[in-house]
Write a protein that binds this ligand. Structure first.
Ligand SMILES: *Cc1c(COP(=O)(O)O)cnc(C)c1O
Ligand SMILES: [Zn+2]
Length: 425
């Protein structure tokens, strides 16, 4: 039986090991479970191989509904490497609100729009979903030092989860990151390594140090587990719509993993008979200053040409995206599009979302909303499509980008006369 404490969302219920190993996404060869991410046959990327029959015999809508108000309610569908609940790291991530957005929908000319509000996660971004899963897997594998290469949000999340688990953490970030994202890692006591380079330089360094130090890098050698956490956005959208699917989903793309895994989640639910609905059209959002996936989409190609990022949307600034190819396939196969917007539209998108729906998102949210605007204008999204947009990070992390555009409306002395004169215009 599952016990659910309404104050503490941590699941103390039963878990069964449900993974059989790792499998190559290219050639299909299987490997033993471990902290490895490339196929030893073809160097393709590895993913988690599940015991699908065991999962199918356990998972039901009722079991999910009886779970905690966190992403662990979908524990049966996530990688469980150990039945010892003590390996799990849980700050209460996920099961974030799926909110109707009637005012924004009206501004855009959409009949029905919903926002998946991932600004609400413990460290303020969607990254808590992937870190919860990766760190839990790492502990089951006996790894005692956790690390990441990050554009900021991942570093914040790894630092927070490592602190809660009592695990040593090294987070590698580009030196010129937003101040709040550096503080938001250091405060948890993690070792913050500021690297003089961009994200792709940091990522290369991470791969090198992972090999020699034996650290568990959540987005490098633990990437197979990490990526599974993103599926929970898809599970939640389905459950929160009453086990239905929308017509169209819009999500931001950095590496492309989240976007790819949302579709995978919908496929999982179909396969296990939890939904009886068609896969939505899936559209992706990038910033022009780092748009390698959108650019390939525009050329109608599956080949990514790496870019050198230059955009305020730092959390999406991955110039050589690991899942770019798979993301392009998802867009093609579902009839979606992948677009990009310049930085001034990103800022406008942040403000539009805040002013219409009361959600303050970081730049990635601005990218998503600004692309949504364009998708509706250009007819990629039809007015009648029931649409969900994924808002993936909290605006308090990137206040710098707004400092020139928003500020006090009136500045007055503490005098009633002056105040009344000011508001009278
Ligand atoms: C990392 C991140 C994403 C996208 O991540 P993927 O690498 O594409 O999975 C989106 N939004 C925010 C705020 C992020 O931090
Ligand atoms: Zn292979």
């Amino acid at each position: 039986m599952t016990t659910l404490d309404v104050v503490n969302p941590v699941w103390t219920g039963d878990f069964a090991v449900n993974v059989t190993g790792l499998r190559c996404r290219e050639c299909g060869e299987t490997e033993e479970l471990g902290a490895s991410h490339v196929c030893s046959w073809c160097f393709g990327p590895l993913e988690v191989a599940y015991d699908e029959a065991a999962i199918g015999s356990r998972v039901t809508r009722e079991r999910i509904a009886a779970g905690p108000r966190s992403l662990w309610r979908y524990g049966d569908l996530l990688p469980v490497l150990s039945d010892d609940p003590a390996v799990r790291v849980d700050l209460g991530t996920g099961f974030t609100p799926l909110r109707p957005a009637p005012r924004l929908a009206e501004r855009l000319g959409l009949r029905e729009l919903w926002l998946k509000d991932d600004t609400r996660n413990p460290s303020g971004s969607f990254k808590d979903r992937v870190v919860t899963i990766a760190l839990s897997a790492a502990r089951a594998l006996g790894i005692d030092t956790i690390a990441c290469a990050s554009t900021g949000n991942l570093a914040n999340s790894v630092s927070a989860h490592a602190a809660a688990a009592g695990v040593r953490a090294y987070v590698l970030i580009p030196r010129d990151l937003e101040r709040s994202k550096i503080l938001g890692s250091a405060v948890y006591g993690a070792n913050v390594v500021a690297v003089d380079g961009n994200y792709d330089d940091v990522n290369r360094l991470a791969a090198e140090v992972a090999d020699v130090e034996g650290w568990g890098f959540v987005n490098v050698n633990l990437r197979a587990f990490y990526a599974e956490g993103s599926k929970t956005i898809g599970y939640e959208i389905a459950e929160q719509l009453g086990w239905e699917l929308p017509d169209h989903v819009v999500a931001p793309l950095a590496s492309g993993a989240m976007y790819v895994k949302i579709r995978r989640a919908f496929q999982d639910l179909q396969r296990h008979g939890l939904i009886d609905a068609e896969i939505p059209r899936m559209s992706g959002a990038q910033a022009t200053g780092c748009s390698p996936i959108a650019e390939a989409y525009g050329r109608d190609s599956l080949d990514i040409e790496p870019q050198r990022p230059d955009t305020i949307a730092r959390s999406l600034a991955i110039g050589n995206p690991a899942d770019g190819y798979y993301a392009l396939k998802v867009a093609r196969e579902t009839g979606g599009a992948i677009g990009h917007v310049p930085d001034d539209e990103v800022v406008a998108g942040i403000r539009l979302l805040a002013e219409t729906e009361g959600i303050f998102a970081e730049t990635a949210g601005g990218v998503t909303v600004a692309n949504l605007v364009r998708f509706v204008e250009s007819g990629v999204i039809e007015p009648g499509e029931r649409t969900v947009a994924v808002i993936s990070g909290n605006g308090y992390k990137t206040v710098e980008v707004l400092s020139d555009t928003v500020g006090p409306t009136f500045e007055v002395a503490p005098s009633l006369d002056e105040l009344r004169a000011a508001i009278a215009g």
